[in-house]
Ligand binder design. Structure first.
Ligand code: ZN
Length: 491
């Protein structure tokens, strides 16, 4: 793993740090791309070496891992031994965060305070990026990447950096960096005028601690022309896209689906040459709708807060390539037993080989994955392939008059409330009723105002929002996961 020079003391401003980070990133692109075409043996050697290094650091610098891995020899462990190691969950991580994180200048309190203060992308202690995620469980986790790890995390989006990709040349040209993203909360930044023709547009989460926002903000200006918050109304996104006429469009699958429907209905008139998606399952009917509408395949990225991009589609054959040189993904059934090739897993255990700041070893993520048969890919990469991630999309809320509200609206609203550990949003006729599970004080009226503001932006006028703090959130009988968004069922 490359070790970059830490930022110099005089590079104190965010902008200076960020520029230095982009330069570091540029230096690493050729090496990162070379890994994509490594022979199988080289990939295996790399994984073994990185696994040993990770276990070594975890045992030495994390009291929690030290205890749990006391019988594991970091110098001789192989991937075949991984199944004997204990599994960790998000609840484990959050309950033992200060004993897991290896930089003792960081605590959960400091990390949470940083997330709460974010209004746009920022470094913590001029070194760290912090990603917060409710994930599909609704239970918040926070993940920390140091300078080097953040660069690796961004480079895990391999397909975006392949040499044939024009993005690379945009990045290499290091063109003057303009602020593209509007922070709709502060309105400090000026967006490029939507009337200008855009090469690439990204519809992203309007959440400073979200992986897509943080990546797009920290280096994205180099390769994205315009970014629109997913919290905007569909109509507003359509208007902006009609003006921008992008060649490349990147968005949540659920938003791509909406946009395909808008195009079919004759309201959206764009002719993109490339469409990519991530952050949600790319369901077959969405892939088909995009193909029927624009005649294009969707380049899919499986991106997690815990490990960055775990897999990406090369477009040459079915499925996505796993970044086997950066992470180990174990597909398992609901009891944690390995599932064979071709069988859909209930969840995965992720071992993030490159993050030594917050060692995640066999970390449970409830994404369902199918490993494909080990066949050579036409693109030449030996990285193993998996099928598109399965799962279900959270329901959008549809209101009278056709206004639709995406669930990211609520993630955005709760970003600045670290004491909210779980929530459930029920659609009502003219708004929402929200239940909060908390572990500290939360200003309920302020939450109501924030949520109302986001709903207004999504096109729902004068929304009625009620928030209450509860002792527990009812789960649907038989369902393992909390249903976070419950649409109104009309008779
Ligand atoms: Zn391929």
């Amino acid at each position: 793993m490359t070790v970059s020079p830490r930022p110099t003391a005089d590079a104190s401003s965010y902008e200076a740090l960020r520029r230095q980070h982009i330069l570091d990133l540029l230096a690493r692109i050729p090496g990162s791309i070379r890994h994509v075409n490594w022979p199988v043996e080289r990939i295996r050697e790399e994984r073994q070496q990185l696994l040993r290094s990770l276990v070594h650091v975890a045992k030495e610098k994390s009291a929690w891992h030290h205890e749990r891995l006391k019988n594991v020899d970091a110098d001789s462990i192989t991937e075949a031994d991984l199944g004997k190691l204990p599994v960790m969950t998000k609840a484990d991580l959050m309950a033992n965060f200060d004993q897991i994180i290896t930089d003792k200048s960081l605590t959960l309190e400091k990390v949470n305070a940083h997330v709460s203060s974010l209004r746009e992308d920022r470094y913590l202690l001029d070194n760290y990026h912090v990603i917060a995620s409710g994930g599909t469980s609704g239970f918040r986790g926070v993940y920390v990447y140091n300078w080097d790890e953040w660069a690796t995390c961004i480079l895990s989006l391999r397909h975006a950096f392949l040499p044939v990709n024009p993005f690379l040349w945009r990045l290499l040209s290091f063109r003057p960096i303009g602020k593209i993203f509007v922070n709709s909360r502060t309105k400090k930044k000026k967006e490029r005028t939507p009337q200008s023709k855009a090469g690439s547009v990204m519809v992203f989460a309007d959440i400073s601690s979200h992986m897509s926002y943080a990546i797009a903000s920290s280096v994205g200006y180099a390769f994205i022309d315009q970014g629109y918050p997913a919290t905007l109304s569909t109509r507003e996104i359509v208007d902006r896209l009609n003006s921008a006429q992008p060649d490349s469009l990147s968005a949540y699958p659920s938003i791509l689906h909406q946009l395909a429907l808008e195009a079919k209905a004759g309201r959206l008139h764009i002719t993109p040459k490339k469409i990519s998606s991530g952050a949600e399952p790319l369901l077959p009917h969405i892939r088909d709708a995009v193909h029927d509408t624009w005649g294009l395949p969707v380049t899919n990225f499986w991106v997690t807060s815990e490990g960055g991009c775990l897999s990406w589609s090369c477009g040459k054959s079915e499925g996505m390539h796993l970044n086997e040189d950066l992470q180990i993904v174990e597909p398992v059934d609901e009891n944690g037993r390995p599932v064979p090739l071709g069988v859909k897993s209930s969840k995965i255990y992720l071992t993030n080989l490159y993050n030594h700041t917050l060692p995640l070893i066999r970390y449970e993520i409830t994404d369902q994955v199918t490993f494909l048969a080990d066949e050579a890919c036409a693109c030449g990469s030996n990285l193993r392939r998996i099928g598109d991630i399965e799962g279900r999309l959270e329901d959008m809320f549809t209101y009278e008059g056709g206004t639709r509200v995406h669930p990211v609206v609520f993630d955005s609203a709760f970003e600045h409330y670290p004491n909210v550990i779980e929530y459930q949003v029920r659609q009502t006729e003219h708004g929402v009723a929200i239940s909060l599970l908390t572990n500290g004080p939360v200003a309920v009226e302020q939450v109501e105002r924030d949520v109302s503001e986001y709903l207004e932006k999504s096109g729902l006028h004068n929304p009625e929002v009620s928030v209450r703090i509860v002792d527990r959130i009812e789960r649907t009988p038989g369902a393992a996961k909390l249903k976070r968004f419950v649409p109104l069922v009309t008779a």
